[in-house]
Design a binder for this molecule. Structure first.
Ligand code: ZN
Length: 363
């Protein structure tokens, strides 16, 4: 029996399947400015969407913080304990663990209660948001978590600003709780390799992983690469033309490989030209086109899609993410209700399918 969770509660039909909470944003008295990224990008995306009159505070789904029990669906208790000070040998050791995982150096100098409240709680709330968006995607045909996409974290190891494995959690929740969901495809288009979910689903043939990333940057996790079923490695400075042509061709091929019940789209924007970490050279319009390609492909294959925003923290990133969602709406790929009869048909068809053997197939 799955544990009792608040993350799968019903959402009123008056809400968009867009999940967010003001608690996503990381602030601590200006210290966050020492970090090379915009730790408030999630709130800015939502403000741009409100300005454009797409959403209001009442029409988005408010994310809830994932509880310890929720996190244990994927994480080991030992890992979760490592994030808590009281189990560590010393304060220095604990601060080092959290600072390393979140890559926020000032964390080293903050007391435990502040780190819990100002760093780990926002990340747990974003993680809850991804899990909630998973269920919404199945119900509505699509859903977007304005945060999440912590693809470097696996069940027993964090890193690269990823403290909780939200993608693995969302998929495992779906497999455990929603009848008819037994296969997932991850399309990971963040500039970095998604070694967290790759390690989590290494032996699990229910999950098909496609990953497109800069081959020369973090994490270069050779072991995790074995879990990638459709791999596209990019060179330094890859530009729009080559990138979009590759994304289009390979997303299509990957979706043809298996008929999944859900697509999890890790839509990192650190592919953007000038990103200090990504090393690629994609334009703002290139990002908008990329998101359109993925949503169009999922729709064409009649597979519900869950999008998370993942990496990419330049000052102009929030504007680009908002513009991309506005574009998806303007061309009818996302709408408040199930936009088309086609999406509804796909949902009905999926719900009425015989439940399959839920055990993971080993190779
Ligand atoms: Zn990244």
């Amino acid at each position: 029996m799955p544990h009792k969770t608040e993350l799968y509660e019903d959402v009123p039909p008056t809400c968009w399947p867009i999940v967010y909470s003001p608690d996503y944003n990381i602030t601590f008295m200006g210290l966050e400015k020492l970090h090379p990224f915009d730790a408030g990008k999630w709130g800015k995306v939502v403000n741009f969407l409100k300005e454009a009159k797409l959403i209001t505070d009442d029409s988005v789904v408010r994310a809830r913080e994932a509880t310890e029990e929720d996190l244990l669906v994927v994480h080991t208790r030992q890992y979760l304990n490592r994030l808590k000070k009281h189990t560590m040998e010393s304060f220095e050791e604990w601060s080092f663990v959290v600072a390393t995982i979140t890559e926020i150096p000032p964390v080293l100098f903050l007391p435990n209660f502040l780190v819990q409240r100002k760093v780990l709680r926002p990340l747990r709330t974003q993680t809850g948001g991804t899990i909630m968006a998973g269920k919404l995607a199945i119900e509505r045909g699509w859903a977007i978590n304005i945060g999440g996409g912590f693809h470097h974290c696996s069940s027993d190891k964090g890193g690269g600003f990823c403290a909780y494995a939200d993608i693995s959690l969302a998929i495992k929740f779906l497999f455990e709780r929603l009848e008819g969901v037994s296969k997932a495809t991850i399309i990971d288009l963040d500039a970095h390799q998604g070694n967290g979910h790759e390690r989590d689903f290494m032996e699990d043939r229910r999950v098909y992983i496609m990953d497109v990333y800069n081959r020369y940057i973090y994490p270069g996790d050779g072991f995790a690469k074995r879990a990638i079923r459709w791999k596209v490695e990019l060179d330094w400075g890859t530009e729009d033309g080559e990138y979009l042509q590759k994304v289009k061709a390979h997303v299509e091929s990957a979706l043809n490989e298996v008929k999944s019940d859900i697509v999890v789209y890790n839509a990192g924007t650190d592919i953007l030209d000038g990103d200090p970490l990504g090393g690629l050279a994609i334009s703002p319009q290139g990002i908008i086109d990329r998101d359109e390609i993925v949503f169009r492909a999922a729709r064409k294959h009649k597979i519900p899609i869950l999008m998370v925003t993942s990496g990419g923290y330049q000052k102009r990133t929030a504007r680009i993410i908002a513009d991309s969602l506005l574009n998806l709406h303007s061309i009818g790929l996302i709408d408040k209700e199930l936009a088309t009869g086609e999406a509804r048909d796909a949902q009905v068809e999926m719900m009425s399918r015989e439940p399959k053997d839920a055990r993971p197939a080993r190779h």
